[in-house]
Design a protein around this ligand. Sequence first.
Ligand SMILES: [Zn+2]
Length: 98
Amino acid sequence: MSDLPHKPSDEVIKYKDLQEVLIECADCEKELFKMLRIKPSDKVNKLLVKCPFCEGQSWLHELDGEYFQTSPDDLIVDEMYEDEDGVMIITMKGKNDA
Ligand SMILES: [Zn+2]
């Protein structure tokens, strides 16, 4: 390996690994949550998102890697907890809801 001061290839790999995963309600198909993969890893993230628009929820998602979590513009996280199976249960609510 050379010791070049600039290693542009690092950046290329980083951006290539970015991957956006959109989590939608399984019932009404509204966009509920977004996961942005920063880098691949062995870490497994399991999550399920409860829908504020209907009484439904998303499918169970299993994603491996390191992720950054974001919400759609009009939603915020109301509650988040991990159940006994290691699944993150995320309840969303509308930003303007009381
Ligand atoms: Zn729904």
